[in-house]
Ligand binder design. Structure first.
Ligand code: MN
Length: 183
């Protein structure tokens, strides 16, 4: 490296893994044999420690619900993955996901109902696919805890809480409307 600029020289270090190399011309002396290492960090594996568990907000849930965040949306992705722990009898409010939802039951026994449909029992290992914009609720059964992974892309609209009558299946035609907040 025979460049006139000492800072230019600083950049011409050995290439290391995870960095990119580029040939440039020094603006002052015109020397172009200098190899500049561009400090662009390439993607590499990351191991994140477990994040704190938080309580499911009262506007979105009935009963005791605790959430472990696993993948949070960021500037590059709208993917959200959470593990949701429902105490017996606890459930979501009526809601709909803009991009649909995949639930994977990892523990216990729960219930799920889509608007106008029957209440279905779900158990560890089951996977529930809910289409975009479809109103539904999910939660634990009356007798058991239930934990599921929730995989979504984008926000959700939350409506009314699921009444005890709806939860017990007494209302044949559950209704709800979609006023409220997004997630
Ligand atoms: Mn849902």
């Amino acid at each position: 490296m025979r460049c006139c600029d000492p800072t230019f020289k600083e950049h011409s270090a050995e290439s290391r893994s995870g960095e990119e190399r580029r040939l440039v011309r020094c603006k002052r002396c015109g020397e172009e044999s200098g190899v500049v290492i561009e400090l662009l960090r390439k993607a590499s594996m990351e191991i994140e420690p477990r994040k704190p568990t938080y309580r499911g907000p009262e506007d979105w849930f009935t009963g005791d619900v605790w959430i472990d965040p696993i993948v949070e949306p960021d500037a590059e992705s709208v993917l959200s993955v959470i593990s949701v722990h429902f105490h017996p009898g606890a459930r979501t409010a009526w809601h709909a996901h803009v991009g649909g939802q995949i639930l994977h039951v990892t523990e216990g026994e729960g219930l799920v109902q889509t608007r106008g449909g029957q209440i279905e029992t779900i158990r560890a290992g089951d996977v529930v696919h809910t289409p975009a914009q479809e109103w539904h609720w999910h939660g634990a059964s009356r007798q058991h805890y239930m934990t599921h992974m929730s995989i979504t892309q984008g926000s959700a609209k939350f409506g009314l809480h699921v009444t005890d009558a709806e939860y017990e299946g007494v209302d044949a035609e559950p209704t709800s409307d979609g006023t409220s907040q997004s997630r």
